[in-house]
Design a protein around this ligand. Structure first.
Ligand code: HT7
Ligand code: ZN
Length: 872
């Protein structure tokens, strides 16, 4: 297949500066008339042809400046349109008519139908499924869009920008015209037309302009959009206050659709969302759903400045908008909720998703240099590691200089399509600090390992760190260079407080941050009165794997005293990981009572917020433990060890946990705020321990029946199903849940997820059976992800069944799905990425399953690319 290379970037010969679109909507035969204002770039020969992108298009007609183009002057294939013999003048108007079929579009890219409503998804290369175009992000065009549709079919007609006009065409048809004055790339185009309900509000910007806000949902679901509307208004205010970013159009609309390949899409002035990230009420949504809605509404809104006003020159620069916008949404959630709790959740997520990617066959730099299929680069590395890189710039420069760099970026590049180099230059210039070495984080793949040994020299009062950094080889990159790694740190004295640090030698150390820049460094802290306990990489200041020579006692000390709450959690987490690795490799489960005691103390510590205490009690997942073991993993042994530790903790703390569980019960009406959610999360993690300790499902059954909200109900059902899959109480609860929510697809996703993650080999048959459930459908990405995706990525003992049947099932599903939705099929197939870390028997079965996908004729470019790279 074709490989796209960063070094081959070349501006196009022509630009489309204005785009006028007319849509005559019809389920099977929508006519699209595109009138394009085309401009030849200076210096390009007048006889240079214009070459436009297409994807599966049928050309109906073609004219230039009002005159039909003769057959000999153009070549149209489904995938491209090349026109030569163009006018001598540098500017001309090209009119292209295409015919498309939204109802048969199951790839959910371009114009398609979801629940009978028309909607579009154009990022990254979906616009070319609508009309022939310069479908590349460096072509910025203003858009005027006229939509014509049957009034009965589509009373609501939306597109980007501001509404201009609407009216009736005859008794059956009507139209609306939208104009977007902000030049944008085609990937930000959107159209929505259908019979939708809506809620409305207004937002007054910092300069006093009123913006009309609308959220469009299926009729009857309007009340479920109020939390999203509230989150939107908070996001708009926060972006003004924190980054000086004001909204720029007179309307901002959001549409929720139930068939969507990803989470949401930031189309200018018309965000389109997966309905799972809009709709919520206490009856059907969990606290995690509310938090996701808040974060994703914010993320898409923040793209208005980081992505839309300033966009990417080419798709290699994807992290320019995604990494930066993830960083911004993380900061927003930290400000709206709890900063340490948010940070811990971010790191858990990074380790669960990005670390395996960066350490496996799909590793790539945050700013990749080549791709075969761009859809496969919407990855955790581009998004989450990309955000970590921006966070490190903040750590290195400090808040003030970071903001000065952002201000310069907005001022200098507004209205442009730019690169990572342009972005970094703004921080360098605004701060006067060189980031040349630091920039390697964008270009070098792999998770850095940092090994630290320390010694205290009592006679001189020196505390000395020997630090080695290295990056393991990744595909196509065997030689790695040392990075600039900013490590926030503290030295804890015997009373648990941070010690004053005198002079430091061997590395630049400033404002509580050690700046590593070399492969090997010795850092000497002078004038330290007694042996300190080192708290390193505070707040997870760098996305690395850190190995330290801390003793168990040191870690327990940090867990009890570190002033950095992130590192307190890290200390207890590291102790649990260590204990679980030892238990799963030895099969002996005699856990250190000091660890159990420390966890019980944390659970009971009222000076810590409940959400934080819940995180401290959340044991590393089986996948976390497997990742730390690294090779020759036996998932059954990991599960047994983890269950044994849960039982040991639960039994030792049965009474204390029971008291805390009772104390967290909320007698108030449900509220999704962070403090209330925190109490529920503590109570629900304790439920897991209590049920394990009791040896009975009784308490979970009681909670399931008494629950007045989805968080508590789903948590109880999950404990029942995972600890007592065969018990009558579980079967009863699963049936009750199904009966109550069978008509609510988003809630049924939770029912699928809970069952797909039941540990053990038997779950595969259950999941296979559920693919025939009336609520399941292979054409809806949310259903596929909740049942098959969760089974493959969230069920270690099920997916990695020793007989390889889990791998076979995933391969069969990928092959079936690839026929209509290659993008989602490719994403599903990434669950194979850690196959080489399993024990030999499983490895061979996974390899065979991957090879069987690879042999399928006419496999999509998307799946082929992932499978070939995974096989290596
Ligand atoms: N920028 C959006 C990416 C996206 C997407 C990409 C490929 C195919 C479908 C898609 N839907 C949304 C989402 C975001 O990061 O904000
Ligand atoms: Zn994004």
């Amino acid at each position: 297949g074709q490989v796209f290379r960063l070094e081959d970037y070349k501006p196009s010969d022509y630009l489309i500066t204005h785009t006028d679109l007319l849509f005559r909507l019809d389920p099977t035969a929508t006519l699209v008339t595109a009138k394009l204002s085309v401009k030849r770039r200076d210096g390009v020969a007048a006889n240079a042809p214009v070459v436009l992108d297409g994807d599966g298009l049928v050309l109906e007609s073609l004219s230039i400046n009002g005159m039909p183009v003769s057959d000999d002057r153009y070549k149209a294939t489904p995938d491209s349109l090349e026109i030569s013999g163009l006018p001598q003048e540098a500017s001309f108007e090209l009119e292209i008519v295409t015919r498309i079929s939204p109802v048969t579009n199951k790839a959910l890219m371009g114009l398609y139908q979801s629940s009978g409503n028309y909607c579009t998804q154009c990022e990254a290369e979906g616009f070319r499924r609508i009309t022939y175009f310069l479908d590349r992000p460096d072509n910025l065009s203003t858009f005027t869009v006229r939509i014509e549709a049957k009034k009965s079919e589509a009373p609501v007609l939306l597109s980007n920008g501001n509404p201009v006009e609407q009216g009736s065409l005859d008794s059956e048809w009507h139209y609306a015209v939208w104009h977007d004055p902000f030049p944008k790339p085609s990937y930000l185009f959107a159209l929505v037309a259908g019979d939708l309900g809506s809620i409305h509000d207004t937002f007054t910007t910092s300069s006093g302009r009123e913006v009309a806000l609308g959220i469009y949902v299926e009729h009857g679901k309007e009340p479920l959009a109020t939390y999203a509307m509230d989150a939107l208004k908070r996001s708009m205010r926060w972006d003004e206050e924190r980054f000086g970013c004001e909204y720029d159009l007179s309307v901002f609309n959001i549409v929720a659709v139930s068939d969507f390949n990803m989470g949401a899409m930031e189309n200018k002035g018309l965000n389109v969302f997966n309905d799972k990230y809009v709709l919520a009420d206490p009856e059907t949504a969990t606290d995690a759903d509310y938090a996701n809605i808040e974060a994703i509404i914010a993320h898409e809104y923040f793209h208005n400045w980081t992505g839309n006003r300033i966009t990417c020159r080419d798709w290699f620069q994807l992290c320019l908008k995604e990494g930066l916008t993830v960083y911004r949404d993380h900061e927003f959630s930290a400000d709206q909720r709890s900063r340490p709790v948010k940070r811990i959740a971010e790191v858990r997520n990074l380790r669960a998703l990005q670390f395996p990617e960066d350490q496996g066959p799909l590793a790539h730099p945050v700013r990749p240099r080549r791709y075969k299929e761009i859809n496969n680069f919407y990855t955790s590395t581009v998004y989450e590691k990309g955000s970590e890189v921006v966070r490190m710039i903040h750590t290195i420069l400090g808040a003030e200089q970071f903001r000065a760099g952002m201000d310069l970026y907005f001022q200098r590049h507004d209205g442009q399509a730019v690169t990572i180099e342009d972005f970094i230059a703004c921080f360098q210039e605004a701060s006067g600090r060189a980031l040349t070495h630091f920039a390697l984080w964008y270009h070098q793949a792999g998770t850095p390992r940092v090994n630290v040994t320390s010694s205290y020299e009592a006679d001189t009062g020196d505390f000395v760190l020997n630090v080695e950094q290295s990056v393991p080889p990744t595909p196509a990159e065997s030689m790695k260079k040392p990075l600039h790694i900013p490590l926030a740190y503290g030295l804890l004295g015997p009373n648990g407080e941070d010690m004053e640090v005198g002079s430091v030698e061997g590395a630049t150390v400033a404002d509580g941050v050690i700046h590593l820049t070399e492969g090997s460094q010795t850092v000497r802290f002078r004038g330290i009165g007694s042996r300190p306990v080192l708290s390193l990489n505070r707040g997870f200041s760098s996305p690395i794997v850190l190995k330290q020579d801390l003793t168990k006692e040191d870690r327990l000390f940090l867990a009890r005293h570190d002033s950095d709450l992130y590192n307190r959690w890290e200390a207890i987490n590291a102790l649990c990981v260590e204990a679980l690795i030892a238990a799963s490799t030895s099969g002996s489960y005699d856990f250190d009572p000091a660890l159990v005691q420390c966890l019980v103390e944390m659970a009971s510590n009222e000076s810590l917020e409940p959400a934080y205490r819940a995180l401290a009690l959340s044991l590393p997942t089986e996948a976390d433990i497997a990742r730390e073991i690294g090779s020759n993993v036996n998932p059954d042994a990991v599960l047994a060890a983890r269950s044994a530790l849960r039982l040991a903790i639960g039994s030792a703390a049965r009474d204390a946990f029971g008291r805390i569980y009772d104390a967290q019960a909320d007698r108030q009406p449900f509220s999704p705020d962070a403090a209330s959610a925190g109490k529920r999360s503590l109570r629900n993690i304790l439920l897991d321990y209590l049920v394990a300790a009791d040896g009975s499902p009784e308490l979970a059954s009681r909670q399931f029946e008494a629950a007045d909200n989805m968080t508590d109900r789903a948590a109880a059902l999950s404990v029942l199903a995972h600890q007592y899959p065969q018990h009558e109480a579980t079967q009863k609860a699963l049936s009750a849940f199904e009966e109550r929510f069978c008509d609510n697809a988003l809630v049924m996703d939770k029912w699928f997820i809970i069952q797909a993650t039941i540990p053990g080999a038997a779950t595969l048959d259950l999941v296979r059976g559920l693919t025939a459930h009336p609520a399941f459908s292979l054409t809806n990405p949310n259903r596929v992800r909740s049942l098959v995706g969760t089974f493959a990525s969230g069920n270690q003992t099920g997916f990695h069944r020793a007989d390889g049947a889990g791998y076979r099932f995933l391969a069969d599903t990928v092959i079936a799905l690839d026929k209509h939705n290659p993008q989602v099929a490719a994403r599903l197939s990434t669950a194979f990425r850690s196959w080489r870390s399993m024990e030999a028997g499983r490895q061979e079965k996974a390899r065979k399953a991957l090879a069987s996908i690879n042999e399928v004729p006419n496999l999509s470019r998307d799946v082929k690319d992932i499978v070939e790279r995974t096989l290596g």
